[in-house]
Design a protein. Structure first.
Length: 94
């Protein structure tokens, strides 16, 4: 749980809300600061949401979860290019 204090108001976020906030903030950063294309924004968000669906806690991903996720991607029969893009999205996020 995350607690934020803004304008004299406390707001508590659940883990789901925290993860979604991180993803949305990252996508907004890519859009505003890096000026990435809409295609990139859509794919990065999809890639991060897929990781989130695989492992609810995006904040505390360790080497074991990373390897399990990589094995999961290969087990789905995805091409090397697709897996590389997904990993690139994740690296950029962290």
């Amino acid at each position: 749980m995350l607690i934020e204090f803004t304008n004299n108001i406390y707001k508590c976020y659940t883990y789901v809300e925290v993860n979604m906030k991180y993803i949305d903030d990252f996508i907004n950063y890519l859009k505003v600061v890096k000026k990435d294309s809409n295609y990139t924004l859509v794919n990065y968000k999809e890639d991060l949401m897929e990781l989130y669906d695989f492992n609810i806690d995006l904040v505390n991903i360790d080497e074991v979860v990373s390897r399990e996720y990589l094995e999961y991607l290969y087990s789905r029969g995805l091409s090397r290019n697709t897996i590389s893009r997904k990993l690139s999205s994740i690296r950029s996020f962290y």
